[in-house]
Write a protein that binds this ligand. Structure first.
Ligand code: ASP
Ligand code: MG
Length: 403
């Protein structure tokens, strides 16, 4: 008998009506003979509201109690789902994480699942019951309630799929699956049937917010196939699987963009060993992530320009760290925070020549100036003027036959 994890996200359990609907989906799978473990998020908006409440109480609300507070959202939906299943005549039962237990390690509000006991739940599944488990929460070895980071129910679902060795892990959400670009902005974006873990990670870090990235990473490491599908339609969804199981007909799988980047340039930097390290070390110590780095060759062997990008919110801080660092010799700094990053992503790129050139040519045809470039095996990103973002995405979507 097939064992499955079905995970329902916040919007899928966002109202009583939706909870009743999710219960019907679960019943159908159960009637088809699968052994089912359900993982749920809190009702949409709940976790944010609880965070607001904590802030209204105190600016320094302690993290231990914050975990007790935040994990309550998932407790509510678990019990409601289980109740709805019982009402439909399905045997179902809720377990809080401490009852299983699901053991975590690490700091409050940012723990990781390291293990869980399977016996109680496996027994219940064998008796034909549906096990309902709240996502996002856990318990530490010393018995403290913990949570595993925002969006963490996805990670709970993947961890359960791994430890219970289920045949599948289905993520029910409010979109049909992963698209070749943002369907809200690019009407011609298409649903992708199969995508590799690596491509999904590149796309999600760029804004396709379908699944929590660390959960995709965990699925990749353990080769757990994920199926993302809509709670509200019967369409097929997207399978997130190993690249080996995908037959790549297209070089590019998707076009992503982010609009919260900034470009920082240091003009007239001394061209000598250690300069780049002196620039970037303080940034890393201050948790400022640097994305792209470009350094020109100096014509005279003495001075050069160094350009890099950061998140927009970090750019002012980055520049003031550089300006206050007396070790670095340069003439001046320049910030442009009206830039965006547009990326094409595709595992098919590896075997197709000429993709870089094709991307640059097609942006040139739209008169879009490229300010910086970075590439990896399955991704090419460019920094451009923010106002041209959607034009660029549309053009690339068309150029790479994704429309
Ligand atoms: N309720 C948690 C959050 O909003 C976890 C989740 O939904 O995955 O972050
Ligand atoms: Mg979520």
């Amino acid at each position: 008998m097939k064992k499955k994890v079905l995970k329902f996200g916040g919007t899928s359990v966002g109202s009583i009506q939706r909870i009743l609907h999710a219960a019907k989906i679960i019943k159908k799978e159960h009637d088809n003979g699968a052994k089912i473990i359900v993982v749920v998020s809190a009702m949409a908006g709940t976790t944010n509201n609880l965070i607001e409440h904590s802030k209204s109480i105190s600016k320094k609300f302690n993290k231990r109690d914050l975990d007790v507070l935040l994990t309550s959202g998932e407790q509510v939906t678990s019990a409601l789902i289980s109740g709805a299943l019982n009402d439909l005549g399905v045997k179902a039962k809720t377990w809080m994480n401490w009852q299983i237990p699901i053991i975590t390690e690490g700091d409050h509000t940012n723990s990781r699942i390291i293990n869980m006991s399977v016996d109680k739940i496996n027994n219940y599944l064998s008796e034909g019951g549906v096990a309902v488990i709240p996502g996002f929460q856990g318990i530490s070895k010393s018995g403290e309630i913990t949570s595993i980071g925002r969006g963490g129910s996805d990670a709970t679902a993947v961890a359960i799929a791994k430890i219970f060795q289920t045949e599948s892990c289905e993520i029910y959400t409010d979109v049909d699956g992963v698209h070749s670009s943002d369907p809200n902005k690019i009407p011609l974006a298409k649903k992708i049937d199969k995508i590799s873990y690596e491509e999904m990670l590149e796309l999600s870090s760029l804004g396709a917010k379908v699944m929590q990235s660390s959960a995709v990473q965990a699925a990749m490491m353990n080769d757990i196939p994920i199926h993302v599908k809509s709670t509200f339609t019967n369409r097929k969804g997207t399978e997130i699987i190993s690249e080996d199981n995908i037959d790549y007909r297209k070089a590019v799988t998707g076009v992503a963009y982010s609009k919260d980047d900034a470009k920082i340039t240091l003009l007239g930097v001394a061209d000598k060993p250690g300069v780049a390290a002196d620039v970037f070390e303080p940034l890393s110590k201050n948790q400022i992530n640097v994305d792209m780095v470009i350094q020109n060759i100096s014509a005279d062997g003495k001075k050069t320009d160094l350009t890099f990008t950061t998140k927009r919110q970090d750019s002012k801080n980055a520049v003031s760290l550089i300006e206050s660092n007396k070790k670095i010799e340069y003439e001046k700094t320049h910030i442009n925070d009206k830039v965006s990053k547009v990326s094409i992503v595709g595992a098919g790129m590896v075997t197709t020549p000429g993709i870089t050139f094709k991307m640059f040519r097609s942006l040139a045809e739209e008169k879009i100036n490229i300010l910086a470039i970075s590439t990896s095996e399955i991704k090419i990103s460019v920094i451009i003027d923010e106002n041209l973002t959607i034009d660029a995405v549309k053009k690339l979507h068309k150029t790479f036959n994704l429309d």
